[in-house]
Design a protein around this ligand. Structure first.
Ligand code: SF4
Length: 98
């Protein structure tokens, strides 16, 4: 639950998924030895997002940005999980809360 920096694209990165079911040969994901030839979906999305909220609150009043596709392609399974939509809505609301 300790988030890694993701400069310069975002303040932090976090995964909702690992890997990508497409496994395109030219993709940088294939060069990572830790990436398996299948996608793993995290079911504890609420827990992941609540952890991210701590980082948002620590950085206030600055807006905290997150990258969620640096080591996976969560959009490839979004039609099954809905987790990207859930994450965007949650993080946007928490960044705007006073
Ligand atoms: S992230 Fe994109 S390019 Fe990479 S394997 Fe998945 S679909 Fe292919």
């Amino acid at each position: 639950m300790k988030l890694d920096s993701c400069r310069p694209s975002a303040d932090y990165q976090f995964p909702l998924v690992t890997g990508c079911p497409a496994s395109c040969q030219y993709c940088y994901l294939q060069s990572n030895p830790n990436i398996k030839p299948f996608a793993r979906v995290y079911a504890n999305v609420e827990e992941i997002l609540q952890n991210n909220e701590k980082y948002i609150n620590q950085n206030k009043p600055k807006i905290t940005s997150f990258e969620l596709a640096s080591t996976s392609d969560p959009l490839s399974v979004e039609h099954l999980t809905g987790s990207v939509k859930k994450a965007i809505e949650f993080l946007q609301i928490k960044n705007m809360d006073d």
